[in-house]
Design a protein around this ligand. Structure first.
Ligand code: FES
Length: 593
């Protein structure tokens, strides 16, 4: 049902576009008097509105207790006001969500990725069940954005995404510099290895310093401010035309974010009148633009997983694959000095023109497709014409002719550990290849314990393998952020990390995730042993246990036993049963791969 575009024709009797094509199933006659009674009770003012006004769902991923999401209900109220001004009926509702920063480092992290599915399930359910004619979604934290777009692709009714915006930087007097949430993780590594100190105040204890950093890293509402997963996804989605121009780089607390809420009401009306449905926007060219922005700005590897999920939910043909990311990464220069690998935050980029200015640059160079349709009803190029270019004196985005790295940072690796692929984020700072001795941990908790005990050896190249952390094995493919940031903070520079789990956009260093097939289904990462020699070669796109022959692998496989599921009841047990491979996006509603 969700995919039927026009249940009763898209025109009114007078030939005008029928904007209430879905809600009119309930409201046009007296077939559903109980439904109309309920709608009057909920706020439909009169018979004229009941019969004529389109009904727009306003889905915020709001909850208290997380800066990324705490303000989204208020943004939703602005949207509702604007929707009503445009002679439409707005229905606010919420989905669940969790904070990627708050859930990490404990069992809670397993719940993070599966909330992407819950968000998609919630929005699809409410939109279809309540007969909404359109949907405006307001996400904040990492999984929110792909969850919303997957919902759009499922119900395929006119839709717009308003990104909640990113947070402003904090400031630490102890460190004497701007800080953000990543500073907490890195300082934690220094805290463990007793290297956290204040050069201007030797009497300040490491506990006092870490507390001061924790108190000031997140100064108000907004998602993590670097080019981490939330900003990566918001940026990609704006480049695909599913949010209004500027949405992805406008900070959460900017007055411009409120103005965007007002503009979204006019835009959704355009989408409804012109039948601009999500699947018309989720085209190959749009995904190409998303990947270009991701590479140019150094986006999170989670973007690979989420874009695959969005494309496969929209049943894109030909399907988006890991090889598409490698192809785009090979040709797009990495030009952004943005955290985590660089110095600046999204708020800084906004101050010099934001993502519209970056897109203008890429468009002028022929790297973006400006002809794609967007939610404004205009092309991407037409939208960008209204924005100024980057100023010549800015220092965040490098000229294309003088990039940080001539190609993108995403490397898709394959080899005897990852025959179905793995994803590395390599900026080149760390070199292009790393060989080391395998140190294997089943589950991140075991690595955490080793880190806390200071038990990772220094002085030799080590490849830490963290496994049974994939979509099924985790379950939930938890991010290994704490471990990877702690490695950085502890200055364990001769250590690489490979995992069948994820790692956050906040991670940096020589790290490979999304190893497929995952250990829990018998992927060869389950067969790696302590002492194997592992080579990660980004130039050759390989990930191999180089001293383990095919014969050795076969012998080890015979000894391997599938582990018992970690979770047997509740939402994670359902998730583990349904979820597919990371190389196709870890979806729970497609079983045909
Ligand atoms: Fe929400 Fe980082 S924890 S975006």
């Amino acid at each position: 049902i969700a995919r039927v575009e026009t249940p009763q024709g898209s025109k009114n009797a007078d030939g005008s576009p029928m904007l209430n094509r879905w809600s009119s199933i309930l409201t046009k006659d007296h077939d559903f008097p109980g439904a109309q009674a309920m709608l009057y009770a909920a706020g439909v003012p009169d018979k004229r509105a009941m019969k004529n006004d389109p009904q727009v769902g306003i889905a915020s991923v709001w909850w208290e207790g997380n800066p990324c999401n705490m303000h989204l209900h208020d943004l939703g109220k602005e949207v509702k006001k604007a929707v009503e001004k445009e002679a439409m009926i707005g229905w606010q509702f919420n989905t669940v969500g969790v904070s990627d920063a708050i859930t990490m480092g404990n069992e809670g992290m397993r719940f993070s990725l599966q909330t992407r599915e819950l968000i998609a399930d919630s929005i699809e359910s409410v939109t279809c069940a309540q007969h909404h004619d359109a949907c405006i979604a307001i996400p904040g934290c990492d999984k929110n954005m792909p969850g919303c777009i997957m919902a759009f692709a499922r119900h395929n009714r006119p839709s717009i995404m308003i990104y909640g915006g990113s947070i402003m930087p904090g400031h630490s007097t102890s460190l004497g510099k701007p800080i953000n949430v990543t500073s907490c993780f890195e300082s934690h590594g220094a805290y463990i290895y007793d290297t956290l100190s204040n050069p201007n105040n030797p009497d300040q204890t490491k506990d006092q310093i870490l507390t001061e950093i924790e108190e000031h890293a997140c100064p108000g509402p907004g998602a993590c401010g670097g080019m981490f997963t939330a900003n990566t996804m918001a940026t990609a989605i704006e480049a695909m035309g599913l949010s209004l121009p500027g949405s992805s780089s406008t900070p959460a607390t900017s007055p411009a974010k409120m103005r965007e809420c007002a503009r979204a009401a006019q835009a959704i009306k355009v989408c409804m009148a012109q039948a601009i449905t999500p699947r018309r926007l989720l085209t190959r060219a749009a995904f190409e633009n998303a990947m270009v922005m991701m590479m140019a700005l150094g986006g999170s590897t989670n973007g690979v997983l989420h874009l695959l999920a969005m494309a496969n939910t929209a049943e894109l043909q030909p399907p988006l694959t890991l090889d598409d990311f490698q192809r785009v990464s090979n040709k797009i220069p990495f030009i952004a000095d943005l955290a985590p690998s660089g110095r600046h935050l999204m708020a800084d980029l906004h101050a010099v023109g934001g993502n519209p200015a970056v897109m203008k640059l890429l468009l002028a160079a022929g790297l973006l497709d400006g002809s794609i349709l967007t939610v404004t009803g205009k092309s991407l190029a037409d939208n960008l014409a209204a924005f100024p270019p980057l100023p010549p004196d800015q220092a965040i985005i490098r000229p294309l002719a003088n990039p940080i790295k001539p190609s993108g940072h995403i490397e898709v690796l394959r080899g005897n550990i990852a025959p179905a692929g793995a994803v590395a984020k390599i900026t080149g700072k760390e070199g292009m290849a790393f060989t080391g001795r395998a140190l294997v941990f089943d589950k991140e908790a075991a690595l955490d314990a080793a880190l806390n005990a200071g038990a990772i050896p220094r002085g030799e190249n080590i490849v830490i393998v963290v496994r049974y952390e994939g979509p099924k094995g985790g379950p939930g493919m938890p991010e290994q952020l704490k471990a990877s940031a702690a490695l950085m903070g502890a200055k364990l520079t001769n250590v690489a990390l490979i995992t069948d789990g994820r790692y956050s956009g906040a991670s940096h260093g020589f790290i490979v995730g999304h190893v497929c097939p995952e250990a829990a289904v018998g992927g060869p990462i389950a067969l790696v042993r302590d002492g194997d020699t592992i080579t990660i070669d980004a130039a050759a796109h390989t990930l191999d246990a180089v001293n383990v022959s095919e014969e050795d692998m076969r012998a080890r496989r015979k000894e391997w036993k599938a582990p018992r599921p970690v979770v047997t009841r509740g939402v994670l047990a359902k998730y583990a049963r349904l979820v597919g491979d990371a190389s196709t996006g870890a979806l729970t509603d497609r079983f045909d791969f």
